[in-house]
Design a protein around this ligand. Structure first.
Ligand code: UDP
Length: 246
């Protein structure tokens, strides 16, 4: 698919990858995948493949970065050089610095930072393969990794984008739709609290289209939330079985 297609949505309303406007890409979520992290998760969201690892809450190094009244969250979003079609330099790009900040801020409201003064948590996100919507998939995986680390949370954070391709508002854009589409609205949600923790917009939408995109993204987040809970349950059911066998 190197040539620019004339239309991103056909007459029947099907997208280039065969999905309908309100259909998510296939998702696979796995919890506790890394032995050396306090918590970890792996996500396949369409063709995106992303690992998230978390450490802490632990003493901050360097110490002068710690805060007397709250926990500090550090987040590093990184794309592997082989994760995109054109080799990406392994050095952090401006985009990665921005996404690290955006992801950190979308997860922070889910944590009781005030209960852990003078400590910090470190969150590492490695994008192994990218196909559009990696910030959302990273948030979904990182929130699961935090839960896996046993860090108390107000709610899980699930993230999903919606946007406009051709004349249609669609959910969960993949790379080509992201690049050739009209607009992209990534959104993160704490579904149980019904609280939005990230809302961005790239492109132009009418107020009505924006509302439709936000609603579609929120519906997407709710579906992803159910899958996050299943992934956590799967891990603990496996542990339960192991313990019962002993
Ligand atoms: N991308 C790329 N090379 C890069 C950075 C991004 O090919 O150096 C692609 C990748 O597939 C990514 C997409 O562009 O998912 C959209 O990037 P954007 O900045 O919109 O963030 P995302 O949609 O991944 O959250």
């Amino acid at each position: 698919m190197n040539e620019k297609p004339e239309k991103l949505i056909d007459k029947k309303g099907c997208r280039l990858d065969g999905r309908k406007a309100d259909e998510l890409r296939p998702l696979k979520l796995e919890v506790g995948v890394l032995a050396n992290a306090d918590g970890s998760a792996y996500i396949e969201h369409g063709k995106n493949k992303i690992l998230a690892a978390v450490f802490g809450p632990r003493e901050m190094h360097p110490k002068h970065l710690s805060l007397p009244d709250r926990m500090v969250i550090r987040c590093r979003y990184h794309m592997a050089p082989f994760s995109v079609q054109e080799r990406k330099s392994p050095a952090p790009s401006r985009r990665e610095v921005e996404l690290s900040k955006v992801i950190r801020e979308s997860l922070e409201p889910s944590l009781f930072v005030e209960l852990y003064p003078r400590t910090g948590i470190d969150l590492f996100i490695e994008v192994l393969q990218a196909d559009g919507g990696t910030r959302c998939a990273s948030i979904t995986a990182a929130s699961l990794a935090i839960a896996d680390a046993g860090i108390p949370m107000r709610d899980l954070v699930a993230a999903c984008a919606a946007g406009k391709v051709d004349d249609t508002v669609v959910v969960d854009l993949f790379d080509l739709e992201d690049k050739l589409g009209v607009a992209d609205v990534p959104l993160a949600l704490m579904p149980n609290l019904n609280a939005v923790t990230l809302l961005q917009m790239d492109g132009i939408l009418t107020p009505e289209e924006f509302e439709q995109a936000v609603n579609m993204a929120m519906e997407g987040c709710k579906k992803i939330y159910a899958m996050q809970k299943d992934a956590l349950k799967t891990k603990y059911m496996a542990i339960k079985e192991e313990v019962e066998e002993e």
